[in-house]
Design a protein around this ligand. Structure first.
Ligand code: TEU
Length: 578
């Protein structure tokens, strides 16, 4: 039987998916809240803030990796899928967290990191020993190539995302293993049915049985590699190595892999939220994951907007600003997913890999910080799809300041990049200054500073010594406690917007998106049209200058206290057209 639901789903007697009209909040456990004074965030810290999240309007928590791990890549290097990283807490704490979330009527999704494990995982510890045995084929082992002068060479020219070759020599087996990310993050061999079975059971079913409501899927489109492992193109970012993109993105087995996961695991657990981190995909390629039955994933993160100016594409010191029309165009692609019969979109500006949105897409001018943070909140919360908010975004947390130094950075990609440049440009102060500016503007460290809870010492994040330096701007109102006290704060504005978004969900969450001023470099104006004919008109001034404004309908909200005939710098407005 075919049924058409109000939100456009055409499915066989299946109710509309719960994960469409929710607000998801991403927690980065190390930096969210420390409960025991050891300087590192933990599960009990998260439990202590569940009421806070509920009050803000959050429906779902996405917890970045809390699994056991040597923390080479902050937990994206898992050594045991079924154990908690001890400094974060115990399995009892985790059970309590899941129950605490559910008791408040919220849900929880975990991070599924299964392109690779940590080299400390016992699968790898066994695999590296010998070419024989149960775990021998769990990873991507290949024989060396013999170079012109008879020396040993890696099987191809691929470079790792975090710098250096993507191949590492294993003495015991006398073979190379592939690591697209850090050396201690070996890629799993998804061709092996044994590997797939282990992942289904330990990484997925184990947690579904504990009651989790879904997963954010790390690098969901690179599990299946080109069987020939051909060399990649040498690009400015990958040089002197080749870029593995061609040989790993949407590889030949990727859809069978996802269909098998759906069939063998997900179908046993109803309709979980599965949001894929999907880089480098065209519209058509994306539809294969989310736009056809059986649906492989619920939705994806599309990075067209967040990559503007070259983030994650160019070396950080070459990343630049971008003209506003580019942003309007970039947003069209994910907004288009929503109006497809089966697909769905996510809306986000931040995550643990990106700089803070206020610094990247708003302004670094402190005079306009508050207006711009509210402007971005208006833009995010009026776009269709499932909204993802990153910890600290609700108070307008900013990038690290230029006065800090590389010693304050913790992320291996910042550190590796700094060291590589220092080696390439010894004694070149000017270049290293540029490199530092690049790190300040777009490194992952920006998103990873501790959450600023109050004006107390260490921003109320910990009573001990914070594992990572706290941004000092918590002392000047950029913290939760101070902002909760004021009706006019960024925090209160976000809370109001989340309420408005839910109240008018057919317009803001499900409506179609129509840009009005595509080529205008100063303002971004768009109309959202709901299925039942109701419309909203959103005008956003992305500049430090006043601007003329075209209005439509009745003013519902502005971030200016006295909206006039012209838009003030960084003013945004929402109008309803009945
Ligand atoms: O990221 C995948 C990825 O390719 C990135 O966006 C990457 O972090 C960036 O290009 C580095 O500059 C995912 C996770 O989100 C990231 O935190 C992990 O480090 C990575 O996978 C490996 O698991």
């Amino acid at each position: 039987m075919e049924m058409r639901f109000r939100n456009g789903d055409i499915q066989s007697a299946r109710p509309p998916s719960w994960w469409k009209d929710v607000v998801v909040y991403q927690i980065w456990p190390a930096s969210f809240k420390d409960s025991n004074g050891d300087g590192l965030g933990d599960l009990r810290g998260i439990i202590s803030k569940l009421d806070y999240l509920k009050d803000l309007g959050v429906d779902v928590i996405w917890l970045s990796p809390m699994y056991d791990s040597p923390q080479d890549d902050m937990g994206y290097d898992i050594s045991d899928y079924n154990k908690i990283y001890p400094p974060y807490g115990t399995m009892d704490d985790m059970d309590e967290l899941i129950a605490g979330v559910h008791n408040r009527g919220m849900r929880i999704v975990l991070d599924l990191v299964v392109n690779h494990t940590s080299s400390e995982h016992w699968w790898f510890q066994e695999s590296k020993k010998s070419r024989k045995g149960k775990y021998a084929d769990f990873y991507m082992w290949r024989d060396a190539k013999i170079g012109k002068d008879g020396t040993r060479e890696p099987p191809n020219n691929w470079g790792s995302v975090f710098g250096g070759s993507a191949w590492e020599w294993g003495e015991e087996r006398e073979q190379y293993y592939l690591h697209i990310f850090a050396t201690r993050q070996p890629d799993l061999n998804w061709e092996s049915a044994e590997v797939r079975k282990e992942i289904h059971e330990s990484a997925l079913r184990f947690w579904f049985k504990k009651g989790v409501d879904g997963f954010r899927v790390d690098t969901c489109n690179i599990y299946s590699k080109d069987p020939e492992l051909k060399d990649g193109e040498v690009t400015p970012r990958s040089a002197p190595f080749g870029d593995p993109q061609e040989g790993m993105v949407n590889g030949p087995m990727i859809h069978p892999i996802w269909q098998e996961i759906r069939q063998k695991v997900l179908n046993d657990f109803g309709d979980p939220l599965m949001v894929g981190e999907l880089s480098l995909c065209t519209f058509e390629e994306t539809m294969k994951y989310i736009g056809r039955e059986p649906r492989e994933l619920s939705m994806v993160f599309d990075f067209t907007y967040t990559m503007l100016g070259g983030i994650h594409e160019k070396p950080p010191h070459e990343v630049g600003s971008y003209p506003l029309p580019e942003a309007k165009k970039a947003m069209k692609k994910p907004q288009e997913y929503v109006v497809q019969p089966l697909a769905w979109a996510s809306v986000f500006k931040e995550n643990h890999d990106l700089p803070r949105s206020i610094s990247r897409h708003g302004t670094n001018n402190p005079k306009f910080w508050e207006m711009a943070a509210k402007l971005l909140a208006m833009m995010t919360s009026t776009l269709s799809g499932t909204l993802f908010l990153y910890q600290g975004e609700e108070i307008g947390m900013t990038n690290i300041p230029e006065t800090w130094s590389i010693d304050d950075c913790k992320d291996l990609s910042s550190i590796n990049y700094w060291n590589k440049m220092e080696k390439e440009y010894p004694n070149d102060k000017e270049m290293m200054q540029k490199v530092w500016k690049g790190i300040v503007e777009c490194s992952r460290d920006n998103a990873r500073t501790p959450v600023q809870w109050s004006g107390e010492e260490n921003a109320g994040f910990t009573t001990g010594k914070p594992w990572m330096r706290v941004n000092e701007n918590y002392q000047t109102g950029l913290n939760v406690a101070d902002q909760q006290k004021s009706q006019d704060s960024v925090w209160s504005f976000w809370k109001e917007l989340l309420r408005l978004r839910k109240q008018h969900k057919e317009i803001f969450m499900e409506g179609s998106y129509h840009v009005h001023d595509l080529e205008n470099k100063q303002t971004w104006t768009f109309e959202k049209r709901g299925k039942e004919g109701r419309k909203a008109w959103i005008v956003l001034n992305f500049s430090e200058n006043e601007s003329p404004v075209e209005t439509r309908g009745k003013l519902a909200l502005s971030n200016a206290s006295n909206p006039g005939d012209r838009l003030q710098p960084f003013e945004g407005r929402i109008y309803f057209q009945e």
